[in-house]
Ligand binder design. Sequence first.
Ligand SMILES: [Zn+2]
Length: 407
Amino acid sequence: MNSLSLYRDARLATLDGPEPWGALVENGAVLVGDGRIVWMGALPRLPSELAARVETEHHLHNAWITPGLIDCHTHLVYGGLRAKEFEARLAGLSYEEIAHAGGGIRSTVQATRLAGESGLLKTARQRLAALCADGVTTIEIKSGYGLSLVDEARMLQVARRLGHDGGVDVRTSFLALHALPPEFDGRADDYVAEACQWLAKLHEAGLVDAVDAFCERIGFSCAQVERLFIKARELGLPVKLHAEQLSDQGGAQLAARFKALSCDHLEWLSPEGVQAMAQAGTVAVLLPGAFHFLGETRLPPLAALQEAGVPLAVATDHNPGSSPLLSLRLAMSLACRHFGLTPEQALRGATVNAARALGLADRGRLRTGLRADLCVWAVDHPRELSYWMGGRMLTHRVLAGQEMLDA
Ligand SMILES: [Zn+2]
């Protein structure tokens, strides 16, 4: 094994197990080697044979170590901005009215197609830097603003490039069923058939980790999404779904039939949808940024989800139209304020449950053997991660055992 680094004189919130915060460890330490957590616990218990091999020590002055944050739902790669639309919405236009008027997703599609790879990469890198500086170590990035084979491929290539840059682990989702591109007006079923063929090609090129869709009146019907999900299953790809954001389409039940990793948004989720998700082990991804930014009032059925034992994740849903949110901690704070999560549930939602929403069992908790994705926070208690709205409290960000220099 290569050199061992010891993060010591810290307190640990492991998020591992059902106890509040997993377990809280005083005078804790995490030993890192070969990208993994080699050992963790109370420092006096560090085995002497491991202590003898420590090459680097980080004295953390009683700061808190948590798992690295995981943003499990973003649309980070896009061209253009929608700040003018924000003004229009403040003046009284609804999301659906803006979409019908040719604004909304379509305006971002146009800007994304025009941006080119270097333009997309440049702006996405800037946004990613902000998310990482606030603790993100794994991020999911969706396509869905290209809506042609070449443009969807470019978005996914840019997402992969962001991962290869080395500052964050990137998971990609194919989201061609996000909006109907203008060239397919009136031919949604033809578009779905095309998208299924693109999926096979993009998967072949190694660009797709999961398949997503927008199941909504202004998006795609359950029958159309099902055709895509059947293709995903053929290819061995997991699915997730933007479900029940603006109306109850029964998308959650459809997704559950395909053992979806997650259903996301869920403001209009029905009791049947809750049960279907619980039985399928599907994670509910809460996106309080969009709820807040759109001024929504309809809450997801949080009590029913929790009673049914559906794991709750929290993500930024970063996108230019409905959630230009650049801090996962702020999403956690909004989840507490708007959705009634406790700060402990919010942190769980941005770590262990977010990992599950991406199908990743090797991270999201502090446990020996898992990836050493760590955040070190200069706070007095991890509840403060949801309390502060903004600010800088991250002092170290460790990605697969490598200290990142942005913290
Ligand atoms: Zn989304």
